[in-house]
Design a protein around this ligand. Structure first.
Ligand code: GTP
Ligand code: MG
Length: 452
């Protein structure tokens, strides 16, 4: 390859959707199919992600994917639990995910987190498709394991087809209500302009070949330039989660979207107060399933290249924030890298006013999304931070002159006990929710109550 050391990285695919609509099951199905094909070893489990190479995708997709048509190495799927904000999936200047799958239960239809996911996909301009999941639960369904959708659809009774069509058109209608022009994927010519809906079952595998085919096509067609990276260059990534890990102290689960990270690299990580300069102590990957009973759940690796999910153990990480940038220094001026991280953090920083509400969120990305939504609702913010609601937040809120602003809005965070007690004494109202627009609605109702 003449392009070396630049090559195409694996596109990052976020799997999003309402709680229980089947995100994890869909990924399990894809992994399971590879196991059945005798290729279990080819699928690598990452921290928070699953990498599926192109040849496995083409085996699962059967006739639908010809590997010769593609030169991307495969897909890296990131599973996001429905109760957890996937707004963490950010990178410099936008969305961390190159493309997304929005999973919608055909019976349950659109739910609050479906709408929230759509809103964020819209804001971040992330191309996506909709997996209309659980088609096997349509009453009277005749399952055809792992079959492409067209074949299994043909084998259903008239009545069953009708029921499925109704559910699918409802989803298409809901998408249209949200401003997306959508259609069944085989009718979509231009996936940049229209959202393709793929009927699937994570249980039976029906439609999964179609789903993988569409995802490969989408990434190949629209993502290629962004996939050209210097694989050997210093790594760039985003913190997905900050976690205590027995034997390793504070670790950061990181998605690497550019370059390489090595076990002896110096890193700069976005922190609560300032960029953290530290050195990698260990790079950790989950052990293969077969070894799950060994003492540590992790194995140490020397190096990983983008795109991948990796747990990084390093000192000084206590102040690291989910959604913050991670940059490898290697052969560069440390000051320069610190400045890059600072600039990135400044980019995300929320504009605060002299007076307003206090906002707390679980990640930098969700804080940013909260600030956007509050801006739209014309609610000023006096303080915005990542973290649980603490007594000092109550102190800040209690100083507001305007009763409407004696409020704390917490997205996906806990309220510490002493904060709750303090809030009662100080007459500060704390709102928490796992859905941004619901949180804002609750606050607006409270404001209306005061104004009456
Ligand atoms: P969270 O991570 O909690 O947001 O949920 P999730 O979206 O990952 O859903 P999950 O995969 O855990 O599935 C939720 C439930 O739905 C489980 O009981 C699954 O077995 C079931 N389920 C998922 N997909 C299908 C499907 O295609 N058909 C049927 N019949 N059940 C399914
Ligand atoms: Mg799940």
């Amino acid at each position: 390859d003449t392009r070396d050391p630049t090559s195409l990285r694996t596109p990052i695919v976020a799997v999003l959707g309402h709680v229980d609509h089947g995100k994890t099951s869909l990924l399990d199905k894809i992994r399971g199919s590879a196991v059945i094909e005798g290729e279990a070893g080819a699928i690598t489990q990452h921290i928070g992600a699953t990498a599926v190479p192109l040849d496995i995708i083409s085996t699962i997709a059967g006739d639908l994917v010809d590997p010769d048509d593609f030169d991307l190495p495969g897909l890296l799927f990131i599973d996001t639990p429905g109760h957890h904000s996937f707004t963490t999936l950010r990178s410099r200047g936008g969305a961390l995910a190159d493309i997304a799958i929005l999973v919608v239960d055909v019976n349950d239809g659109f739910q609050p987190q479906t709408l929230e996911a759509l809103d964020i996909l819209k804001r971040s301009e992330t191309p996506f498709i909709v997996a209309a999941n659980k088609i096997d639960t349509v009453p009277g369904w005749n399952p055809n394991e792992d079959s492409p959708i067209n074949d299994t659809y043909e084998s259903q009774s008239e009545r069953v087809r009708q029921r499925l069509d109704e559910s699918l058109y409802e989803i298409i209608g809901n998408l249209s209500d949200e401003g997306f022009s959508a259609d069944l994927y085989w009718r979509v010519q231009n996936f940049q302009r229209n959202v393709g809906v793929v009927p699937v079952s994570a249980m039976t595998g029906e439609g999964v070949p179609d789903l993988l085919t569409v995802m490969m096509g989408l990434s190949q067609r629209y993502m290629k330039e962004e996939m050209e990276i210097d694989v050997a260059g210093p790594g760039v990534g985003t913190v997905l989660e900050v976690k205590e890990e027995k034997g390793f102290g504070t670790t950061i689960d990181t998605v690497l979207y550019d370059g390489t990270i090595r076990s002896d690299d110096q890193l700069v990580v976005g922190g609560q107060n300032e960029p953290i300069v530290t050195e990698v102590r260990a790079l950790l990957q989950p052990r293969p399933l077969a070894e799950i009973r060994t003492e540590s759940r992790f194995e140490k690796v020397d190096e990983v290249s983008a795109a991948s999910g990796i747990k990084v153990a390093a000192p000084e990480l206590a102040d690291a924030m989910a959604g913050a940038p991670v940059r490898v220094v290697r052969n560069r001026d440390l000051e320069e890298v610190v400045a890059e991280v600072q600039a990135e953090l400044a980019d995300i920083a929320v504009d605060t006013a002299e007076e307003g509400v206090v906002v707390k969120a679980d990640t930098l990305g969700s804080l940013e999304a909260m600030a956007d939504a509050l801006g739209d609702a014309e609610v000023p913010i006096v303080r915005a931070e990542v973290g649980d609601v603490a007594p000092r937040d109550v102190s800040v809120a209690s100083t507001a002159d305007d009763g409407k602003q004696k409020a704390i809005l917490g997205f996906n965070v806990d309220v510490l006990d002493d904060a709750d007690d303090r809030a009662e004494i100080e007459d500060v109202t704390i709102f928490t929710d796992e859905v941004i627009y619901q949180l804002i609605e609750e606050y607006e109702e409270y404001v209306e109550g005061i104004e009456k």
